[in-house]
Design a protein. Structure first.
Length: 449
């Protein structure tokens, strides 16, 4: 076993088991499936990841927001094993099974708002978004969809069309789905209207009246979809008025309001779902990532009247709501509730933000610090006045963190954001160790830059 913390360790990673598997990956795995780190993960537990060469890393990216309840929580692993012994698959649309029904009930109970709700299951976040749009179109009998600048909703045709960032997600993959309209989002650090909150009087909401004249008639819009906290866009947290204001606009024009909680859901932001911070009950919600501790599963949950708009057979899929995945989700949610993981996420996030504010005093390149709960990020700029994105610093910071045993990731439409998505079971000791590593790396990279 080699201690993580110097360049020699990373050089060693190019040998032995890792080298042969990386070479095999290059030969047999499509080039478009890239990997951020030159490592082969052997196992993981809680907030730690171990590679084939015996190195142990602190996980501050959590499978990109999937491992909210930690790696391999024992109660979830046990539930998976028990269900696997009984039933691996049947296709719910042919022969039903109880984990699907029990999970649907549970999600309808914990989803925000008091309206009667129903649920359906598919496999990925993109599939959930696709089906939410289909359901909204069936309900409204309208063709159009509004999404937001900076948003990310997936890699399928419809979800690419809804997504804002061009490279690498949309470049050379057109033409895209028609009747998709982009609206400016509420990014107060980089306001599209050059205004300052709160003196702006929420210009981004007022602009919709012009939008519905110049871009598309509201009577043509089936749905408006938004991430309560933008994920790939750079962990943008809108002002408190923004989501309620959008919901009012949707209610005024009969538009279905879809909250994409794929990355922000399941204890990540300090509440079970991010839209709870804003007092909003979505008409439909898309869920995935943290729902089942890594098992492939996603859901659309929403008001029963809207969910029932498609007739029998119009939505679904062969693998949707797999019994093992549903069992994992039930155990994951039970663990989150039993261990009060939303509260733990709030404490972790508060400490991350506190530390980042301390570091900001030393490094003015930290232009913005933001987040909800343990969904936190910093945006790097070359100059705090001009806010010119400091994209080059991000990969250097990420790789230096890796050399010292800390796994982090970038984000943002300009590629200048570093995001933190640690498992909510992260201990105080692990949190401080990770933050100290990050501080050490900033002292190296930002001083050199």
């Amino acid at each position: 076993m080699y201690e993580v913390g110097n360049v020699a360790v990373i050089e060693q990673l190019q040998e032995d088991k890792t080298q042969s598997l990386v070479a095999k990956k290059e030969k047999y795995v499509a080039k478009g499936i890239s990997s951020l780190f030159p490592m082969i993960i052997e196992s993981a537990q809680g907030a730690e990841v171990k590679d084939l060469d015996g190195n142990t890393y602190l996980d501050f990216y959590g499978g990109i927001g999937v491992i909210n309840a930690g790696h391999c929580p024992q109660s979830v692993v046990d539930a998976i094993k028990q269900q696997a012994d009984k039933l691996l698959h049947s296709c719910f649309m042919v022969g039903m099974y109880d984990p699907y029904i029990e999970l649907a009930e549970k999600l309808c109970q914990i989803a925000p708002g008091n309206s009667p709700k129903k649920a359906m299951f598919v496999n990925s976040g993109a599939e959930a978004v696709e089906n939410a749009v289909k359901i909204a179109k069936a309900y409204t009998k309208r063709p159009g969809v509004i999404s937001f600048e900076g948003g990310f909703h997936g890699r399928t045709l419809m979800t690419m069309s809804l997504t804002s960032k061009v490279k690498p997600y949309k470049y050379q993959f057109g033409p895209f789905a028609p009747e998709v309209y982009k609206a400016p989002s509420a990014n107060c650090y980089r306001c599209m209207y050059k205004a300052s909150y709160p003196d702006c009087q929420m210009t981004c909401l007022e602009a919709f009246e012009r939008f519905f004249i110049s871009e598309v008639a509201p009577e043509s819009i089936a749905a408006m979809i938004i991430e309560p906290v933008q994920g790939e866009g750079g962990f943008i947290v809108p002002p408190n008025e923004f989501l309620p204001g959008l919901k009012q606009i949707c209610e005024k024009y009969g538009i279905v309001f879809i909250a994409d909680e794929v990355q922000s859901g399941f204890a990540r932001t300090g509440k079970m779902f991010a839209c709870e911070h804003f007092g909003v009950e979505p008409d439909l919600m898309t869920m995935a990532k943290g729902i089942a501790s890594g098992m492939p599963l996603s859901a659309v949950v929403g008001k029963a009247e809207i969910m029932d708009a498609p007739d029998a057979g119009m939505i679904g899929g062969t693998y949707g709501g797999n019994p093992v995945s549903c069992a994992a989700a039930l155990a994951t949610i039970e663990l989150m509730e039993k261990e009060h993981l939303p509260g733990r996420a709030e404490k972790i996030g508060s400490r991350i933000v506190e530390k980042m504010r301390e570091l900001q005093q030393q490094y003015p390149q930290i232009g913005d610090i933001r987040g909800l709960g343990s969904m936190a990020a910093i945006e790097l700029v070359k100059d705090p006045q001009t806010k010119e994105p400091f994209k080059d610093a991000v990969p250097a910071i990420i790789q230096e963190c890796f050399k010292r045993g800390l796994l982090t990731m970038g984000a943002g439409i300009f590629g200048n954001v570093i995001r933190f998505l640690p498992p909510t079971v992260l201990t105080d000791e692990q949190l401080e160790k990770g933050l100290n590593i990050f501080a050490e790396v900033l002292s190296i990279v930002l001083t050199e830059k």
